[in-house]
Write a protein that binds this ligand. Structure first.
Ligand code: ZN
Length: 264
């Protein structure tokens, strides 16, 4: 058994080695976070562009917003109704397009050169920033909202990103985070064969461990929601009420939490 690595959420030595996932070992900390040992983990996308056609099906432009992105922005609008919204790790920009359609001034921050160059060409109504960090040109305290849809589970140092986000938000601003839900009954049933145990997922959160880590960066949780699956299947939208019921019973594989920066 290897030495226990330090937890990326609280710095304590991890408590339990829970098994191997792909190239690295997963550990659980007393704070609740499950994480990949950074000493052995390697980023499978380090050498190539995630949105390269070799890795992803080609998108057809202009993009069409789906029920999934509208549902995400409905969660944003339960906390803030307008202003400047940055989608961190926003991919090809579909969620930002839904935000713009709802009246937000929308920006995508994305490290895929292909996603950003395609986005700039086809959707200039959105501001596009290529990179992994919010640039200095966006002033501290100037953003009304920041969203991270399926980003935090990929980050080697999530606390550093949360500290930066805290700086960039205005007082009262929203941070909305969506991640796979390690606390779901489906994960318990499937163990390490659960569909979100992937070699590019470094951090696995429950509602409690996510809340603990984000609140340690100075934000306060204001809402929590669960979804059964990653995306709404519009062709089978009649299944959505059934999925909501399964979420109430603890089978929600997707965790969506809203946090606010305190007003003063
Ligand atoms: Zn910890």
């Amino acid at each position: 058994m290897s030495a226990a690595p330090a937890c990326p959420a609280c710095d304590a030595a991890a408590e339990t080695q829970i098994g191997r996932a792909g190239v690295c070992d997963l550990w659980r900390c007393a704070c609740g976070l499950v994480f990949a040992d950074r000493a052995t983990w390697r980023d499978p996308y380090a050498a190539n562009d995630y949105y390269d056609p070799a890795n992803q099906p080609a998108e057809s432009y202009p993009l069409q917003v789906t029920a999934t992105e509208r549902d995400r922005i409905a969660s944003v609008r339960r906390v803030i109704q307008d202003g400047r919204l940055l989608d961190f790790g926003g991919g090809i920009g579909r969620t930002a397009l839904a935000a713009r359609a709802a009246g937000f001034d929308a920006t995508v921050l994305e490290d895929s050169h292909k996603a950003v160059s395609d986005g700039r060409a086809h959707h200039p109504e959105i501001e596009w920033i290529e990179g992994r960090t919010i640039p200095d040109s966006i002033l501290d305290g100037s953003l009304d909202g920041i969203t991270l849809f399926h980003v935090l589970e990929h980050l080697p140092d999530p606390r550093a990103v949360l500290a930066h986000i805290h700086r960039k938000l205005r007082p009262g601003g929203l941070l909305l985070i969506e991640v796979p839900n390690w606390g779901s009954h489906m994960r318990r049933l499937r163990g390490l064969r659960w569909l979100f145990v992937l070699d590019h997922h470094l951090n696995h959160f429950t509602a409690a461990s996510l809340t603990r880590m984000v609140e340690s960066s100075g934000l306060q949780r204001c809402a929590i929601e669960f979804r059964r699956t990653f995306a709404i299947n519009e062709a089978q939208s009649w299944k959505e009420p059934l999925k909501r019921l399964l979420c109430l019973l603890g089978f929600g594989d997707i965790l969506r939490c809203s946090f606010r920066k305190p007003a003063s």
